[in-house]
Each structure stands twice: as structure tokens, then as C-alpha cells.
Write a protein that binds this ligand. Structure first.
Ligand code: BGC
Length: 424
């Protein structure tokens, strides 16, 4: 462990991010069950959508001819559980000096209160493999998937969700006390709470605005409990959380600014204003821009990903500047694009890093950038077709292929390091 736990002497961290369920394969959690029960329905919905989005149909056909439920079942995913060394070799060759990943809670605590030593050892090997390659591990405790027993109790809405997360946090913080400096307790509590409890897209498919808000509050309580648990085991650990921040871009006029104010309170700061006093850093996941002109979603949409999401690099600058008010170090814990043919990713990276650099030059305390994602992976209820990887995965053979943009990212990293006089 470094003698510099606060990280003042750390280099700027560059890397990529993954999450357990999306890449590991072979997981047994609430999502695995949900996928089995919902894959056929998702296929039928996709068939209906294809008329409007031939690109999705094309990508699906490429991997899964013809359209099949395999797209919607995580299954072996990218088999990263067995191939992490090979994958980290690639990340190292691409100039990454850090890597963000999540522990799969359901592997470590398959039954309530029973912790599986073998799985802890597995993650010890993962962390060791990163360290051997000179990459700093950034570890997320909980990235959307719940152990089946936790989901059965109500997931984030269970009264004891904070205690459960904290108990698990204490176990892993103790186990990896000498190996991990950077922890993220929860990933995107806003996205999770809205998709799982309001929009009905993700398990348990709730549809209540109030349940969404309660889930958000519970995530903040769980963060605080897990923060305390980790700090008790390892006072030198740096503990934060990854939040999804949207750049709400209000046009002139009172109505637009009022809507921005409400949206920011309900989305960008809902978790943060409850949790920031117990955070050593803020993790920002930046994907979305929302232009408000008397109502939401008035975006120009000049540049779109395979998903149809607008790409708006300048927004990263604005969210970073705005979040500076909390006075905490910032890491960009996710930022990426669904782009199977790799026609957007290089420009995407260049422009996002340009705006990030501007924020840093103006004094923002940003200390790292993690691209989403290292590998193509299982994109939740959309399945495998959206390709976010710097590295392409052929799911039939599990072969990896480095996309040209990954090499462009490597150059951008080197440029940044030259600019700041940092060596690799
Ligand atoms: C999530 C990832 C997801 C990515 C792209 C983020 O919301 O943390 O799990 O794959 O965005 O949608």
C-alpha cells in the first residue's frame, strides 16, 4: 500500500471501467433470474423496434443470427472471470495505469451472512494481476446486480439494505486492506432507482415515483454505512461513489431555468447532497446532455451513437465545473459510446478529453478518467448488441480485437502526460 493514501502524489489515472455482471459470465444474481424470465419478451419488443432502427437489427444479426434470446441472457458474457489476465495485458499495452471494476456481491456473499473465501481469493488474484501490471485498482462494491437473497428482501427498498451493504463492505475492506486504496460503494444510484423502481425496465420492475425516491435515499444511507465500514477497517482508504450526472442545459427564460433547478435536485444532486460529507471523492459517469427549452429533451442531436444517444462532449466540462462546489476530488468513473464500427470513438475520446482538460486548466480537481468500457459487454436490458468496448469481443469464440480508437486513446493519454510533465 502506498505511503501516500490521500493520493497527492498519484499520477493522473487513465484507464477503462467494467462491471462484474456485464463481463464476467457465470453469475447467479437477481439479473440472471430476470434475464431467463424476460428474454423472450425483450426479443419481441426488439422485433417491433427494428423497423425503426435497422442498425440495431444489423448488429444483432451479426452476433446472433437470427435474432435470438441469447442476446438478452448474460450467460458467459465476455468470460472475463477466466480471462482477466489476458484482458489486463491488453489494458496495460494500451497505456492504462488504472482500472475500474466491480466485485460481484452475489459471488462473495451467496447466502446472507455466508462469505465465500474462494471468491474473495478470486478477486485477490484480480487485484494482484492489476498491481503486477502497474495499474491502480478502483473497486466498486455494488454495480446494479444483487444477490438473490438481497433482492428477495426488497433490494434497495429493504429496510436493512444499508446494513447489508455495510456488512459486505467490511468483509472485503478487511480482506483487501493492503491491496485496494480506492473504493466506490454504489454505482449510479439515480439510474438504478429510476430503472428498477420507476420506469419498470429493470428488476424488480417497480413503477412508483415515490419508490424511486426512497430507493435513492436508501442508496445514500447505504453509501454512508459502507463508507464507515470501510474506513473502520482501513482509515487510509479513499471511499467515494459513482454518480450519473446529466448536463441540464437551460436556454434563456424563467421556465427553462426553473426546470433545470428541479431536474438537478431530482437527479444530479439527489444522492450527492445526502452523501458528500461522507465521501473522499466523487465519481462522475457522464453520458447525457439534456437541453431545456420550456421543456426537456430539446437537443439538436447532431451527433448520435448506435444507441441513438446524443454525443455532447462539452457537457463533461459543465458537470465537472458544477460539481466542484462540493470541494472534493473528482474522478470520471465512466464515459463512453455504443459504437460497434468504431467510427465515433476516437473523436468521442479526443473531444471529451479536450473539455476535461479545459476544466482542469481552470482549476477543477479532476484526478482520473475511466473510459466505458474496456471490453464489449452485456448492456443490461438491451443485451449484447451495443458495443461500448475499446476492445471488441467475438462472443462465439471469445476472441479479443483491439479497436483502432483504443490506440488513439493511448496516444491521447501520452499527450496528456507530456502536457503535464508526468511520466507514464
Ligand atoms: C452503467 C453501465 C452501462 C453504461 C452504458 C452506465 O449507466 O454504469 O453499467 O453499461 O452506463 O449504458
Amino acid at each position: 500500500m502506498s505511503a501516500d493514501p490521500k493520493g497527492a502524489n498519484d499520477p493522473f489515472f487513465f484507464g477503462a471501467a467494467t462491471s462484474s455482471h456485464q463481463v464476467e459470465g457465470g453469475t447467479q444474481n437477481d439479473w440472471t433470474e430476470w434475464e431467463r424470465a424476460n428474454a423472450e419478451r425483450l426479443v419481441r419488443n426488439a422485433e417491433r423496434r427494428h423497423a425503426a432502427n435497422p442498425w440495431e437489427a444489423h448488429l444483432l444479426a451479426r452476433h446472433f443470427t437470427p435474432l435470438k434470446i441469447e442476446n438478452y441472457v448474460s450467460g458467459a458474457a465476455a468470460d472475463h472471470y477466466h480471462r482477466f489476465r489476458e484482458d489486463f495485458d491488453i489494458a496495460q499495452s494500451l497505456g492504462h495505469n488504472a482500472h475500474r471494476f466491480s466485485l460481484e456481491w452475489s459471488r462473495i456473499e451467496p447466502e446472507e451472512g455466508r462469505f465465500d473465501e474462494r471468491e474473495i481469493e478470486h478477486y485477490r488474484a484480480v487485484i494482484g494481476a492489476l498491481r503486477e501490471r502497474g495499474m491502480e485498482p478502483f473497486v466498486t462494491l455494488w454495480h446494479f446486480t444483487l444477490p438473490v437473497w438481497m433482492a428477495a428482501k426488497g433490494g434497495t427498498l429493504a429496510k436493512d439494505f444499508p446494513e447489508c451493504l455495510a456488512r459486505y463492505a467490511a468483509v472485503v475492506a478487511r480482506a483487501f486492506k493492503n491491496d485496494v486504496r480506492f473504493w466506490m460503494t454504489v454505482n449510479e444510484p439515480e439510474i438504478y432507482s429510476s430503472k428498477a423502481h420507476y420506469k419498470g425496465d429493470w428488476p424488480p420492475q417497480g413503477r412508483s415515483f415515490f419508490a424511486m425516491l426512497e430507493s435513492g435515499r436508501q442508496c445514500a444511507r447505504a453509501h454512508i454505512a459502507a463508507y464507515r465500514a470501510i474506513k473502520k477497517e482501513n482509515p487510509a482508504a479513499r471511499v467515494g461513489a459513482a454518480t450519473d450526472l446529466i448536463y441540464f442545459d437551460a436556454q434563456r427564460g424563467f421556465v427553462s431555468h426553473f426546470l433545470k433547478f428541479i431536474a438537478e435536485r431530482l437527479w444530479n444532486t439527489y444522492f450527492l447532497r445526502r452523501a458528500y460529507r461522507r465521501m473522499d471523492f466523487i465519481g462522475i459517469n457522464y453520458y447525457f446532455h439534456n437541453q431545456i427549452h420550456n421543456w426537456f429533451d430539446k437537443n439538436q442531436n447532431e451527433w448520435l451513437s448506435d444507441f441513438g444517444w446524443e454525443i455532447y462532449p462539452e457537457g463533461l466540462y459543465h458537470v465537472v465545473r458544477a460539481i466542484g462546489k462540493y470541494g472534493l476530488p473528482i474522478y470520471i468513473t465512466e464515459n463512453g459510446v455504443a459504437d460497434a464500427s468504431d467510427r465515433h470513438r476516437e473523436r468521442f475520446l479526443r473531444e471529451h478529453l479536450h473539455w476535461l482538460r479545459k476544466a482542469v486548466d481552470e482549476g477543477a480537481d479532476v484526478r482520473g478518467y475511466f473510459h466505458w468500457s474496456l471490453l464489449d459487454n452485456f448492456e443490461w436490458d438491451s443485451g449484447f448488441w451495443p458495443c461500448f468496448g475499446l476492445v471488441e469481443v467475438d462472443y462465439k469464440t471469445q476472441a479479443r480485437k483491439i479497436r483502432p480508437s483504443a490506440l488513439a486513446y493511448k496516444e491521447l493519454i501520452e499527450q496528456w502526460q507530456r502536457g503535464t510533465g508526468e511520466k507514464k
